[in-house]
Design a protein around this ligand. Structure first.
Ligand SMILES: CC(C)(COP(=O)(O)OP(=O)(O)OC[C@H]1O[C@@H](n2cnc3c(N)ncnc32)[C@H](O)[C@@H]1OP(=O)(O)O)[C@@H](O)C(=O)NCCC(=O)NCCS
Length: 129
């Protein structure tokens, strides 16, 4: 039976999170494009270990979510998208950080749908020139 399990962050997942966050197939979804080194990731994660959770799919790491100053980041590996993993991550993250919000790029339909399906509503438009 296929199983999605949400677990606490752990040093053994640091590199999974780093590689997924830097994966060119998901970078477009984020507002900021990053290229994180192993050293940077270790330092960052040591500081914020409790702000992140990881999703396992059949015991393999498949996605992560975090809430930093209530600002949500979420990502599911392309091989595992569309299976309810993003939703499981957001539901668990909101239990831990109930005041969290998401900044979503207008063209990121997958992310908008994910948050809407978790009960989020659009509250602001961010205007830039
Ligand atoms: C956004 C993202 C996390 C969604 O994760 P996921 O595991 O594929 O999403 P789920 O399978 O849990 O789907 C949740 C809901 O969103 C909908 N959805 C997900 N991807 C979708 C897509 N590409 N198009 C339309 N709807 C989509 C699902 O149908 C589901 O709706 P439902 O609950 O009404 O059935 C994933 O696409 C991703 O990692 N994208 C790249 C990184 C990114 O954009 N992060 C967000 C930054 S704000």
């Amino acid at each position: 039976m296929v199983m999605i399990k949400i677990v606490n962050n752990d040093p053994k997942y640091y590199d999974f999170v780093r590689l997924l966050r830097s994966d060119l197939r998901v970078q477009d979804g984020f507002i900021e494009v990053v290229n994180i080194t192993k050293d940077q990731q270790d330092k960052y994660m040591k500081k914020h270990i409790d702000k992140y959770i990881v999703a396992l799919y059949n015991n393999e790491p498949a996605g992560f979510a975090g809430s930093l100053d209530n600002d949500i980041r979420v990502c599911v590996h392309p091989d595992y998208q569309g299976k309810g993993i993003g939703k499981s991550l957001i539901i668990e993250l909101m239990k831990r950080f109930p005041d969290s919000f998401a900044k979503v790029k207008i063209e990121n339909e997958a992310s908008r749908k994910l948050f809407e399906s978790c009960g989020f509503e659009i509250k602001y438009w961010l205007m830039e020139k």
